[in-house]
Design a protein around this ligand. Structure first.
Ligand SMILES: [Zn+2]
Length: 369
């Protein structure tokens, strides 16, 4: 983890003396966690400058390897890196730029199934994706978790930037679906690979995204919430257009049509969960009862996390792992499972009937109370 030494490191000297920024904003950067989806044309400059500026934790999501055609715009990578995974090279470069920064990596594509788990725990997301399903999934996850995301896209000589914070976010505003309610059909919007892009364009747009992220984290200036910045680099006709929140938005409107998540909690009996424990992919049993109840009776294979401590202890858990929630009769465990579902966990089982059913149906040596 970065140390407090990081805040006073000479590399930040020009930010520490900067009026309107200074040590308080530098500390906010140090404490911040930024998720960068895609380490390509936009993510490469954004992540470089966020690392240099002193963002404490940067999480990168990508699956690509470096290609020769990337190098005119993705300056995190050099010619000898061709063929190497972008994540590995990006981590090395970012830590070389600033060893105080913790760089986390996820070798995966963002999808509707994993978006919440990826976004959870971050303060800001940089949307540097090049595909629409990922961007729409990101929008839904950010709305659900109340995390603002900084949108950027480029084509040819043009780019655009905005900040989508959602109506419920700390900085209220429209969401991505308020601007583009319907996802384009595949093939209807040409990609950079198809129509090309001047190398400097994603560099500039990626840096504007990094700028917006820094503004949000440090609480300075006016972020582009509810504003879409259109950048035409051939003419330098830059325009800001207002994006209003749509009351009929399918994602954040007054009657959202999209269900927050296709995932749900599995309800299993004590006998069914006991059978799972013998398998290769056994769930971990989390007992959410109070410590005094745990002292009376508990399963040797369980971990005690009382319900009211779950928000502070959830970081100990792995969102991709399977958990079976246990309480006395199955009510509190269901509350715990719902909370975990809202926070990016995807494989959740409620042990219906709780430890009471366990002592009746599975192991009669477990005391009842
Ligand atoms: Zn919306």
């Amino acid at each position: 983890m970065p140390t407090t030494h990081a805040i006073t490191d000479p590399r930040y000297a020009r930010q520490l003396v900067l009026r309107g920024f200074g040590p308080a904003a530098q500390t906010s950067l140090h404490d911040a966690r930024v998720l960068v989806i895609g380490v390509g044309g936009l993510g490469s400059p954004a992540a470089s400058y966020l690392a240099a500026a002193g963002v404490g934790t940067i999480t990168l999501v990508d699956t690509d390897v470096v290609d020769l055609t990337n190098l005119h715009r993705q300056l995190l990578y050099t010619t000898p890196d061709v063929g190497r995974p972008k994540l590995a090279v990006a981590r090395e470069r970012l830590q070389a730029i600033n060893p105080h920064v913790v760089v986390q990596t996820h070798d995966t594509r963002l999808t509707a199934a994993n978006a919440r788990a990826l976004v959870d725990g971050h303060d800001v997301v940089i949307d540097a994706t090049d595909n629409f399903p990922a961007r729409y999934a990101l929008n839904e996850a950010c709305l659900a978790l109340r995390v603002p995301f900084v949108y950027g896209s480029v084509a040819r000589f043009d780019g655009q930037v905005s900040v989508f914070a959602g109506a419920n976010g700390s900085t209220p505003g429209p969401c991505y679906r308020c601007l583009f309610p319907v996802m384009p059909e595949p093939g209807t919007v040409p990609t950079c690979a198809e129509e090309g892009v001047l190398g400097v364009v994603p560099g500039i747009i990626g840096l504007l995204q990094a700028t917006e992220a820094i503004k949000l984290i440090a609480g300075i200036g006016t972020p582009l919430v509810g504003q879409l910045l259109l950048v035409d680099l051939l003419s330098h006709d830059h325009q800001r257009i207002t994006v209003a929140r749509r009351l009929d938005c399918p994602a954040c409107g007054d009657a959202p049509l999209l269900t927050p998540s296709p995932m749900s909690i599995q309800h299993l009996s004590a006998v069914e969960v006991a059978a799972l424990l013998a398998g290769a992919d056994a769930p971990t049993i989390i007992d959410v009862r109070e410590p005094w109840e745990y002292d009376i009776a508990h399963l040797p294979v369980s971990t005690s996390i009382p319900l009211n401590t779950l928000p502070t202890r959830a970081p100990e858990l792995d969102p991709a792992h399977s958990y079976a929630l246990l309480c006395h009769h199955g009510m509190r465990s269901e509350m715990a499972a719902n909370w975990l579902l809202q926070h990016g966990f995807t494989r959740l089982i409620n042990i219906d009937g709780g430890i009471d059913a366990w002592s009746t149906d599975v192991d009669t040596t477990v005391p009842r109370y």
